[in-house]
Design a protein around this ligand. Structure first.
Ligand code: DUT
Ligand code: MG
Length: 168
């Protein structure tokens, strides 16, 4: 009997184009069968390096444009390994790629670490998670909103101990 968990998921096809500086780099790919994100590579000039000083941020090109189907967005998310090892993350995480955007997908990296972080061409710097979203229409209500147990409590109102504040 095969005990390994099944993680194969049907794939939505999304059109992508490489920009000239993206030629020769692998297309973003899922690093494992069940990986949610497609790893994004830095499309720096061949031999080019980018050094992020501690506290600095920079917009890193991926060399890619994509056409997301209506109703889909893509989120530019940090890689946990870079965050843990170097303190490097995505400043606006999760970055939002709109389905009507046809510009280059870029990654706003930030160095929260204590040392300069060197980025080279092809380095996998972030990941792209494609997701469906809802379009909504806000309808202004003349009446009070439906009441809930939480009410206006927020921003820590349930405390921090293991047993939550509200549940009875
Ligand atoms: O990490 C990111 C975030 C955004 N974008 C691109 C795609 C997105 O569709 C567009 C606009 O992003 P956003 O709405 O977050 O930025 P804004 O400051 O609101 O700009 P705009 O006024 O152009 O919407 O910029 C990226 O390439 N990477
Ligand atoms: Mg916007």
């Amino acid at each position: 009997m095969n005990k390994s968990a099944k993680t194969e998921i049907a794939k939505t096809k999304i059109a992508v184009r490489r920009l000239p500086h993206g030629e020769g780099l692998p297309l973003p790919a899922h690093a494992s069968e069940g990986a949610a994100g497609l790893d994004l590579c830095a499309a720096l000039a061949p031999g080019g390096k980018l050094v992020l000083e501690p506290g600095a941020r920079d917009l890193v090109p991926t060399g890619l444009t994509i056409a997301l189907p209506p109703g889909f967005e893509a989120q530019v998310r940090p890689r946990s390994g870079l965050a843990l090892e170097f303190g490097v993350g995505v400043l606006n995480a999760p970055g939002t790629i709109d389905c009507d955007y046809r510009g280059e997908v870029k990654v706003l990296l930030v160095n929260f670490g204590a040392h300069p972080f060197e980025i080279s061409r092809g380095m996998r710097i972030a990941q792209l998670v494609v997701a469906r979203y809802e379009r909504v229409e806000l309808v202004e209500s003349a009446e009070a909103l439906a009441e809930t147990a939480r009410g206006e409590g927020g921003f820590g109102s349930t405390g921090t101990d293991a047993v939550g504040g509200g549940a009875e």
